[in-house]
Structures are given as structure tokens and as C-alpha cells.
Design a protein around this ligand. Structure first.
Ligand SMILES: C[S@@+](CC[C@H](N)C(=O)[O-])C[C@H]1O[C@@H](n2cnc3c(N)ncnc32)[C@H](O)[C@@H]1O
Length: 283
């Protein structure tokens, strides 16, 4: 389920050497108003599979009472990043973008307790990688982008104690896999909720063929009334005027098997939208 330390160093080197597109960077913090999205649903005592990304979906799912939370991501380094985030939170830094370079180095070098061999390796990984950052690029480089991404900071500040108690105990199951590949996510479990963020906006995932593959992969891991929570960034598709067409094309693939519900977008910035698909009981 997770890649080796050497594989991750190679992956990081490839990213540093510009061989990968911007879709390979790690989000230091979410760029979505997750508190608005999670307040629009009820995941208490539900099983969740969430995109790992910055780790915020994982944290929010636990804060909102999920029974179990597992994660997936096409970028294996997001799992290494979860542990960096854990150490920051254990030292009072809830958001990467607010850490500061000196403090980042200090914290990573101060960690001595590891819950697993993978976490210990991740400390070796970040000690080396962070040295390649500088005080000018630590929060905005090819590997990690965080500047200005503090979309649910006010929510986090309110939940600081809960987060500082919760995160050190987390050791999430992680699937390094692509939602848009025929091979699926590598889990045969069934979940009540799957959070895919705006993966559909990325790398041609909105082609009818890719949408079919993604829908099939989702149906394979959803309970009979399972739900998929999605976000969409109109700014990636020429603006809000194109949104109705974008969503219409997507629903041409999904509507056979899912009911669609748009979330109220009052709080969402830049016209971002969030919506949910609920599996139809076509049995
Ligand atoms: C879609 S991005 C956007 C970040 C998001 N807005 C947030 O606030 O966390 C989230 C994550 O999706 C991952 N991702 C992109 N395409 C994917 C795919 N086909 N399968 C699995 N993960 C994918 C990226 O590696 C990234 O970590």
C-alpha cells in the first residue's frame, strides 16, 4: 500500500527536476472550505475513504465523528506529508503555511517517538528534503505549496485542542492509487462516504471515458446507499459561466447510478462548488 523510502526519494527528485506537472505537488493545507462542506452532511459513525492531499479531509472526517477513515492518493508523498503534519500539530502548528522555515527544521529534527517504521523513515525523508528548501521557498516549491492556503483556519483555531489530541493518535490506512485508472484504488472494502475533492478537475479526468472509469471505481467501493462528495473549481475551466455545462456532462455519466445534490455555495470562495452523489438502489 505504501512506497519505499528510496522510491519516495526518487519520486521527490523527479518532481524537483521538473519532470512532473503541477498536479504532483502536495497541498500544505486545503484550499477548500471544508467546514462548510462537512457541515452540509452527517458522517457521524460512518465509514469514510478520503483523498489524502493535505491531510485536512482526514482530520475533518475524524472531527465530524466518522467511525473509520482511510485515505488514498495518486501522490505517494502525501502519506509521508501526513506525518510531517502530525509532528507540526504535536508542536502547536496547525497549518503548514504558518510554520516558518526555522521552526519547520527545528520540529522535524526534534521528533524521537515514532508509531511505526514508516513514520521513522518519513522523518529521515523530510530531514533530507527540507534541507533542499530555503527560507524563501519552504512554503511554495514544486513539492509543497501552502502559501495562502488556510481556508479553514478559523475552524481549526476553534478546534485546536481537539485536533492536538486527535492527530497524534492517527495512523491512517493509505492506498497509493489513482481513482481514474482501471486498476482501481486497491481496496475491496465498502465505504459510506468517499471524498474525492476536485480530482475530476484534474488531468483530463472529465473525458467521458475517464468519468466512466472513475464512476465504476466508486461503485466498487461504495455501500448500497454510499455517497461521493466532490468539489469543482470553475477557475480551472474558464469560470463560473461554464459550470452548468461541466456538471451536465459529468451527470450524463453519473445519473444512471447516482442521485445528485448541489451544496449551498454561500461560503465557497471564487465560485468553487461542492456537491454530492448518492448511490441509487438499482438492485
Ligand atoms: C484534487 S487535489 C486538490 C487539493 C484539494 N483542493 C485540497 O484542498 O486538498 C487533491 C489531491 O488529489 C490527488 N489526485 C489527483 N488526481 C488523482 C487521481 N486520479 N487519483 C487519486 N488521487 C488524485 C492529488 O495528488 C492531490 O493530493
Amino acid at each position: 500500500m505504501s512506497t519505499s523510502l528510496q522510491e519516495d526519494f526518487n519520486y521527490a527528485n523527479t518532481i524537483f527536476n521538473n519532470n512532473f506537472s503541477c498536479s504532483s505537488h502536495i497541498y500544505g493545507n486545503t484550499n477548500e472550505e471544508l467546514d462548510d462542506i462537512f457541515n452540509s452532511i452527517n458522517i457521524s459513525n460512518k465509514s469514510v475513504l478520503a483523498v489524502m492531499s493535505s491531510g485536512d479531509y482526514l482530520i475533518m472526517s475524524h472531527l465530524f465523528g466518522a467511525k473509520s477513515v482511510e485515505c488514498f492518493d495518486i501522490n505517494p508523498l502525501t502519506y509521508r506529508y501526513f506525518f510531517l503534519r502530525k509532528w507540526l500539530i504535536q508542536n502547536g502548528v496547525l497549518e503548514y503555511g504558518k510554520c516558518g522555515y526555522e521552526r519547520l527544521i527545528e520540529i522535524v529534527n526534534s521528533v524521537s517517538n515514532f508509531s511505526s517504521e514508516y513514520e521513522r523513515e518519513s522523518n529521515t525523508f523530510w530531514k533530507e528534503i527540507i534541507e533542499r528548501f530555503s527560507e524563501f521557498s519552504w512554503d511554495n516549491n514544486k513539492l509543497i505549496t501552502a502559501d495562502g492556503y488556510t481556508f479553514c483556519s478559523c475552524f481549526y483555531d476553534k478546534k485546536r485542542e481537539e485536533i492536538e489530541k486527535l492527530v497524534p493518535s492517527l495512523n491512517p490506512v493509505f492506498y497509493n492509487a489513482s481513482l481514474s485508472e482501471e486498476s482501481g484504488l486497491g481496496t475491496d472494502k465498502k465505504y459510506d462516504y468517499v471524498f474525492i475533492s476536485n480530482i475530476l478537475d484534474w488531468s483530463n479526468n472529465r473525458s467521458p471515458r475517464r468519468l466512466e472509469i472513475i464512476k465504476r471505481n466508486l461503485l466498487n467501493i461504495l455501500n448500497s446507499d454510499g455517497r461521493v462528495v466532490c468539489t469543482h473549481f470553475p477557475s480551472m475551466y474558464g469560470g463560473r459561466n461554464n459550470t452548468p455545462v461541466i456538471i451536465k456532462l459529468e451527470r450524463q455519466v453519473f445519473d444512471n447510478d447516482f442521485d445528485f445534490q448541489m451544496f449551498d455555495d454561500k461560503g465557497l470562495v471564487e465560485g468553487n462548488i461542492a456537491y454530492m452523489y448518492t448511490r441509487k438502489n438499482n438492485f
